[in-house]
Ligand binder design. Structure first.
Ligand code: FAD
Length: 345
């Protein structure tokens, strides 16, 4: 048992734990623990899309404040904008309503024509009936931000420790480096939450989703983040390559036993993603899609496209992986006290 007693032990140094540590360090004795302080959890895999509009006004405000804070960190936030694309008239009406909600919340949002949508994102948009452009959205770099907040916490006096947390009980955290006294514990372990807290307390389950990167290309004028809300697909310009993700498949639950004790949020490919990604790639102009497949697929069906994704993955031409997410039953964030002195975030 170490002699120091901390006011709070924060378990997990991803974007959440690192940010919490930087906020608390000026006011308390803080210990920030992670089995790998290099930010290899979800915060290390995340394309970082920050869409600020939420149906709940406090969450819109939280996202706006986050963007303001991220923008002060060098490399922390890229203001690329976001374009939501409608494939049908009813989807366009939905975007019209979202635009009105955004403007009522003080955000900039403009309904754009098909031609304007293509002009804003020529590498991503082909067929559509229009779109909604949010010029102030963009992408954060959670790895840069987490490292920045870790450094800020350390300079305000927090202790950073690379250690695996095995368990905690009242007043103490049991780690691979020994038992450490702490009055309170904040569990910020993302998808590993259920390994330390029983599921009803962790309050969220882990699901997988396919995300793919194209082969590299020459940098071009940066594209806004693209979302096709009607078909649950999103895409991102990563500078020298493109990325695409799709939720358009039955939920793929990943049990705690499959997540393991490693520190990466990427896992084995699940074949449910192949068809979803093939449908997603069919939304893109042929030239962009070809960089995911490693060849042109003009005129071929979804089955061929699915086979091409698997081939491209196996040949190392496209990096497609199973990204693990934690989801709550209502889709909203989970923050709070789970028992005396223990908080889950
Ligand atoms: C591919 C992908 C795409 C995403 N896209 C977006 C997006 O576009 N926009 C968006 O807002 N969100 C996105 N997300 C979600 C977002 O990344 C997460 O919500 C966020 O990073 C969670 O941060 P965190 O700090 O809670 O978790 P993490 O970053 O996973 O940090 C948890 C940390 O806890 C540590 N840990 C766990 N258990 C222990 C233990 N027992 N002992 C010690 N350390 C432990 C891990 O090593 C890890 O570093 C995406 C996620 C993925 C995987």
């Amino acid at each position: 048992m170490t002699a120091t007693e901390y006011d709070i032990a924060i378990i997990g140094a991803g974007i959440v734990g690192s940010s919490l540590a930087s906020h608390l360090a000026p006011h308390a004795r803080v210990l920030l623990l992670d089995r790998d302080l290099a930010v290899r959890g979800s915060s290390g895999h995340n394309p970082g899309f920050v869409g600020q509009l939420n149906r709940l006004p406090p969450l819109t405000e939280l996202a706006r404040r986050s963007v303001r804070a991220y923008s002060t960190v060098p490399g922390g936030f890229e203001n690329s904008g976001c374009l939501e694309v409608a494939l049908t008239k009813p989807e366009l009406e939905m975007l019209r309503a979202r635009g009105a909600l955004a403007r009522a919340s003080g955000m900039k949002a403009t309904l754009v024509s098909q031609a304007e949508a293509r002009r804003l994102a020529p590498a991503f948009v082909e067929d559509c009936v229009g779109g909604l452009h949010f010029p102030d959205d963009g992408s954060a770099d959670p790895k840069v931000l987490a490292k920045h907040y870790q450094a800020q916490a350390a300079s305000a006096g927090a202790t950073l420790l690379a250690a695996d947390v095995l368990a905690f009980k009242e007043g103490a955290v049991e780690t691979s480096e020994g038992v450490i006294k702490a009055k309170r514990v904040a569990v910020c372990t993302g998808i590993w939450g259920t390994q330390l807290l029983p599921l009803p307390m962790a309050g969220a389950v882990v699901v997988g989703q396919g995300y793919a990167y194209s082969s590299t290309r020459r940098p071009r004028t940066a594209s806004p983040i693209i979302r096709w809300p009607g078909v649950q697909v999103y895409g991102r310009d990563h500078g020298d390559r493109d990325g695409i993700g799709s939720y358009d498949h039955a939920p793929v639950h990943v049990p705690t036993s499959d997540i393991g004790g490693h520190s990466t949020a990427a896992s084995a490919w699940n074949k449910a993603f192949t068809g979803a990604l093939a449908r997603a790639l069919a939304l893109l102009p042929e030239q962009t899609a070809a960089r995911f497949y490693g060849r042109t697929l003009a005129g071929t069906g979804t089955e061929d496209a699915a086979a091409a994704i698997i081939q491209a993955r196996e040949a190392g031409r496209a990096h497609a992986f199973n990204s693990l997410f934690q989801v709550t039953s209502d889709g909203y964030p989970l923050v709070g006290r789970v028992q005396d002195g223990v908080y889950a975030i």
